[in-house]
Ligand binder design. Structure first.
Ligand code: SIN
Length: 283
């Protein structure tokens, strides 16, 4: 097995390994690399849903995603991230990554890690960006950091409460059911969180879910969040992945955010299998 750094910002590629057939010592080596590099790209993985679940479960408990209409038909532990349609219905979450986010930061216990496996890819487009939130915090201007120190962010699943995001055209008709009715109570989390395993501090806010700062009027929190979101777009913090079939990326939601850039030509399919692990309450 070889682990090769992918970019200045974060990430490593792992080659020479079939994750469906590894021993306990290798799981541990992968865990160390995961904590160091924040995202790992495993190349050439031809995994069944059960094999992906088994690999994921070595690092925690797999969560059944709240978007029940997009779960894999054979197992509720895999969610489909896909623009495929069957009988006119989108079988997967099409817009899951359309804005920067950390998975389900809108929950009391957001996801620890996620695993995304590329099963079908378009000829172009469909890249995913990953942003290093340790580095985002370390490079944040002091005056901005002072304004968020000790503060909590408010995170919601409900797109209709977030002026920075749109309800996708295809979901305009059922937006209330899709975003408001299934939204868990707001996630209220430290804007600067401590990684429970590395002990390092990371920024923990992003466009898709963060809508405010607890105990701060919106007029005051809006420019602070806008400035942080702008800062997080700095190229030096981001690794942009161009997917190959069989790539599986494992990312650490406690110290990274990610975003699907889209740009898929009309009529082309991008079909991915995702598992996610239940995380701790951020502190
Ligand atoms: C996600 O946000 O989990 C999906 C990212 C992607 O589709 O690239």
């Amino acid at each position: 097995m070889e682990v090769t750094r992918l970019s200045f910002a974060l990430g490593a590629e792992v080659t020479g390994i079939d994750v469906s057939d590894i021993d306990a010592a290798t799981y541990d080596v992968i865990h160390e690399a995961f904590l160091e590099h924040q995202i790992l790209v495993f190349c050439d993985q031809d995994l069944t849903p059960q094999q992906q679940i088994k690999f994921s479960e070595h690092y925690g408990e797999v969560e059944v995603h709240l978007a029940k209409d997009h779960l894999h038909p054979e197992t509720d532990k895999v969610i489909l991230i896909s623009n495929k349609r069957v009988d006119g219905r989108y079988i997967g979450a099409v817009s899951a990554g359309d804005y920067w986010h950390s998975d389900l930061s809108c929950q009391a216990q957001p996801n620890l890690a996620s695993f995304l496996l590329a099963r079908e890819l378009p000829a172009e487009g469909g890249d995913t960006g990953f942003c290093n939130q340790y580095a985002a915090l370390e490079t944040l201007p002091d005056d901005l950091r002072q304004q968020i120190e000790g503060r909590n962010g408010i995170h919601t699943f409900n797109r209709m409460r977030n002026p920075r995001v749109k309800v996708p055209e295809m979901h305009k008709g059922d937006a209330k059911m899709r975003y408001a009715d299934r939204a868990p109570p707001d996630g209220i989390h430290p804007i600067i969180r401590t990684h429970p395993e590395t002990g390092r501090k990371a920024l923990y806010v992003a466009h898709r879910f963060t809508v405010g700062i607890e105990n701060m009027p919106d007029e005051e929190s809006r420019p602070i969040l806008d400035a942080i979101f702008e800062h997080q777009l700095n190229d030096e913090l981001i690794y942009r992945h161009k997917w190959q079939l069989g790539d599986m990326i494992m990312w650490d939601n406690r110290c990274t955010t990610h975003h699907a850039y889209g740009g898929i030509p009309a009529g082309q399919i991008r079909h991915m299998h995702r598992t996610s692990l239940i995380g701790d309450v951020p502190f």
